[in-house]
Design a protein around this ligand. Structure first.
Ligand code: PMP
Length: 349
């Protein structure tokens, strides 16, 4: 605490990211990164970058990336907004699109950055309990609100909502913006991008951090009605006109164009998730049905924290959340085949 801090800063409870230790030989299953290298097209794009051009500012509109992403999803350029990771895109949504006179609604178990942004932008919020199966109960979202945000698949549960349910949520909330945070959608859920033509209150957020294996590049996007996108651009151009550097934009375009690598990589990840799930279940774990690149799993005795600590001693890093509803679980990112075997062997021992 400093006497120089503003009142907002004094009251913030900042987000705590998963550890990023630099220690070699660690099996890192704690922050939902892809366990293998991104597309070779990205490697070529980075190597072929024109370093001299770094003396110039990048394109503030990220035109080439907007066009590439619009092309992949069958959207128009006016429906696409780009940011420095989807966390930044989310932050702009909180400031641009949620109304401060009514509470923002989101599940009690979800991405823990949402309440942090509420603190930063002084938005009231209400958390809505997931049901006993850790699913979103749509009828609980039929109440006055200043916006709704749902991660689909949800994190840290991995559980996905189907498109009919997303549609019901949108119908119940015609007068507020519904944000679907699809950070993990490519690992087995249906994207709400297909509903954009029907709903002017829908904003979909995606990222290259997970399924494209580019968490270190920091590229995310929002898709929605041009007026919602314009709202985000107004905030962005009042904050940082150049959120993406030239190399990131170039690499991101290369990643989006390599559809074959993307499909193979997602299929391999999903196969490894099934391997990990079966292995954990054979060891007596309860594993929630995941459509993401991680699973939420409960050891048979429910003492997740001591399993977390024992794994850490064997250089295997997973994530433990001490909150009420998740403290008996571990969130484990899906690794390579070798990493999954090492994890299961360590847990078996
Ligand atoms: N949404 C969810 C649900 C996430 O788990 C994450 C990753 N922590 C993000 C958004 C942000 O990802 P990024 O900023 O890397 O795009």
């Amino acid at each position: 605490m400093s006497r120089f801090w503003s009142p907002i800063v004094s009251e913030l409870s900042p987000y705590v990211p998963g550890e990023q230790p630099q220690q070699p030989g660690l099996i890192k299953l704690n922050t939902n990164e892809l366990p293998w290298s991104p597309s070779p097209a990205v490697v070529d794009a980075v190597h072929g970058a024109d370093v001299d051009s770094l003396r110039l500012y990048p394109d503030p509109n990220n035109t080439s990336l907007v066009e590439a992403w619009a092309d992949v999803l069958g959207l128009s350029a006016e429906q696409v907004f780009i940011g420095n990771g989807s966390d930044e895109v989310l932050a702009h949504c909180f400031q641009a699109l949620f109304q401060p006179d009514r509470p923002l609604l989101f599940p009690d178990v979800t991405y823990s950055f949402y309440p942090v942004y509420c603190g930063l932008y002084r938005l009231p919020y209400e958390t809505i309990p997931l049901n006993g199966q850790f699913e979103v109960e749509i009828r609980d979202y039929a109440r006055p609100n200043g916006g709704v945000i749902i991660a689909n698949p949800n994190a840290p549960t991995g559980i996905a909502m189907d498109l009919d349910t997303v549609r019901q949520l949108l119908d119940l909330n015609r007068d507020s913006v519904v944000v679907m945070d699809e950070a993990y959608v490519d690992f087995g859920a249906d994207s709400a991008v297909s509903l954009l033509g029907e709903y002017d209150n829908l904003l979909v957020i995606q990222t290259l951090s997970k399924s494209r294996g580019l968490a270190g590049l920091r590229v995310g996007a929002a898709f929605g009605h041009p007026e919602l996108i314009e709202g985000l651009r107004r905030v962005k151009n009042s904050f940082n006109s150049y959120p993406l550097d030239r190399i990131a934009e170039r690499a991101a375009v290369a990643a989006l164009r390599d559809q074959a690598w993307f499909e193979d990589s997602c299929a391999r990840l999903i196969a490894n998730r099934e391997l990990m799930t079966k292995g954990l279940e054979a060891l007596g774990y309860r594993v929630l049905p995941s459509c993401a690149n991680f699973v939420l799993a409960r050891p048979s005795e429910g003492d997740a924290e001591s399993v977390f600590t024992a794994l850490r001693e064997q250089n295997i890093l997973v994530r433990y959340f001490s909150a009420e509803r998740t403290r008996e679980f571990l969130r484990i990112s899906v690794g390579t085949e070798e990493e999954v075997s090492a994890l299961l062997a360590a847990l078996g021992a």
